[in-house]
Design a protein around this ligand. Structure first.
Ligand code: SF4
Length: 183
């Protein structure tokens, strides 16, 4: 029988486990889990790690809200206290993202949103914060807008990321990374 977690794995569940010194890796509990909530994205990065798609019809294996909550509950039991990075694809394309952030808190996990930032305005930043998001990771690949836009495959991506960073910062939830980071 396939567990909910294994089902989610087919759409991009990744974990990082750290073994306590003196224990076997088999008993290690993940302290960070990064979950690709969706394959959909509004950008087209050259380095995209999951061949992001534009349309919902191209991501038919995406879990709905109820199934996603079940995964989060299972993660809470598997890795209590872990940081859960809710990412994608672009997680802000999921209109239930704040609900999933709240479900993550309720499951005893620390939710962080990994996003390209372009869809993050003050309203959504505040709703994610109010739902319990501990932070938002937004990648800015260069101080040069044209370089970032070329890498991200979209004109205006740099400016959008900067707006997203400002919105997250105003909500008290910004963390900025480069290309290897989330989002
Ligand atoms: S922002 Fe992330 S998911 Fe979207 S195309 Fe770029 S690497 Fe892929």
């Amino acid at each position: 029988m396939t567990s909910t977690l294994e089902t989610a794995g087919r759409v991009g569940l990744q974990g990082t486990a750290a073994a306590t010194p003196g224990t076997s890796s088999a008993s290690a509990i993940p302290y960070i889990v990064s979950w690709n909530l969706t394959r959909r994205c509004n950008l087209a990065c050259a380095h995209c790690y999951l061949d992001a798609v534009r349309r919902r019809t191209q991501a038919r294996d995406e879990l709905d809200t109820e199934a996603s909550r079940a995964v989060i509950d299972q993660l809470g039991r598997t890795a209590p206290g872990a940081m859960l990075v809710l990412t994608g694809g672009e997680p802000l394309l999921r209109l239930d993202l704040a609900q999933l952030v709240k479900a993550t808190v309720d499951a005893g996990l620390m939710p962080v949103v990994g996003t390209n930032g372009t869809l993050l305005d003050s309203s959504r930043a505040e709703s994610l914060r109010d739902a319990g998001a501990a932070g938002a990771g937004i990648s800015l690949d260069s101080s040069e807008p044209r370089f970032h836009d070329r890498l991200r495959g979209a004109s205006g991506a740099w400016a959008g990321a900067r707006r997203g960073i400002a919105a997250a910062g105003a909500a008290g939830r910004a963390r900025v990374g480069g290309t290897p980071g989330v989002g």
